[in-house]
Design a protein around this ligand. Sequence first.
Ligand code: AMP
Ligand code: ZN
Length: 462
Amino acid sequence: MRLFDTMSRIERDLHPIDGSTFRFYACGPTVYGPAHIGNFRTFVLQDVLRRTLETGGTRTLHVRNLTDVDDKTIRDSQKAGQSLSDFTRGWTEKFHADCAALGLLPPHIEPSAVEHIPQQIAMIETLIEKGNAYASDDGSVYFKISSYPGYGGLSRLDQRELELGKTQNSRSSSDEYEKDSLSDFVLWKSRRPEDGENFWQSPWGEGRPGWHLECSAMIREYLGESFDLHSGGVDLIFPHHENEIAQSQCACGGHFAAHWFHIAHLLVDGGKMSKSLGNLYTLADLAAKGHSAMEVRYVLIGAHYRKPLNFTLDSLAGAREALAKLAKGARQLAAKIPPDTRLTRADFGPFQAAWDSLSHDLNTPGALGGLFTGLREAVTLSGEDAAAALAGFNRILRALGLSLPEEVQEIIPPAIQALADARWQARIAKNWAESDSLRAELAAQGWAMQDGKDHYTLTRES
Ligand code: AMP
Ligand code: ZN
């Protein structure tokens, strides 16, 4: 399969370096609250990449970490009055439940930063020995970016930014910063009062690791110096992945990641999601509005991963309809297959185009389109041809990680929903004339409304 590589900026073939298993790393969640659907766009696309490789017959080794110590986890555990480990354990469990609902395959290895403190300290010691890092007076340790000539290669920092970083000779103790404040970044943060009980002993005194270091240390532990692919959302290109490359190449040599897979952001209402704008959605928020995790997954794979995806609630209604249509098509196709049919082939049949889309830069919208066009052809087939088509259809579904609803749920068009809501409000206000006239309007459009004590149900009249 071919996939765009952020480092070389071209599409390249994916082949396991060791000739057998495709070994890849994905930066995982910071477990200090519920993951939002933007985070899940990235995790779902990584899951589709893995499933596509596996569907094509390639074995994978998937490592995804948990960031369970940083400024945010410490701050919010204290607010919650919990120990850091109790706090992050709770959010990790919620994250796992969301992943399961979305049909994400669990990574083969899921290491956490707190469980790898000695490995991180060892890496810092190596970096100091090799002249790539230095301790400051307060017991913090920084990576010296001018010591690594390759710095800036992934994010293509321009000369101006690089010069600025080298000549400014500044240091940043925060984990997140912009290109304009390029600086030596922190590997070890000396203990501060606000860290509370969250500190570890090190050769430089009490403190804790900086965020960028954990991934380099865990990659070294589980994937070695060279591995097949590294991944995250586009916001991680700079500075996180740039810093990982610098740390790992200076400490270990090797090639680090052979391929870089970055997923463009999910936007809501055309902009960034944020709590203050009230447009930050979690799976629980959407479940409360009646939307299943599978509908969310469908929306998340509905755009190509290199393009920003604008999320709207309407797109979820569309996803429900699309999943129901696929389920109906699959049932029609299954009905064409006599019970004693023997399947002797393993091609994609009418779903070859869907497979080609996935194999070519993980074109998920192309694959979804291919499912619908493939079904139109497939339902004209019979016998073994129909059986082969259904097997091909199911392989594409598995690669996309979609499961179809058993029962096709009734889709309520938004205009009907609005009429029903208006009638319910009229009824609550004891405005009987309005209520009756809205009920009649619904009936004219083929919908019946049954009133309960504190809710109503809508059914289509046959
Ligand atoms: P975090 O929990 O903040 O460390 O993020 C986990 C993953 O979600 C990282 O790979 C981020 O790059 C990714 N991510 C964060 N926000 C978005 C977004 N709006 N759209 C897509 N991916 C995102
Ligand atoms: Zn990382």
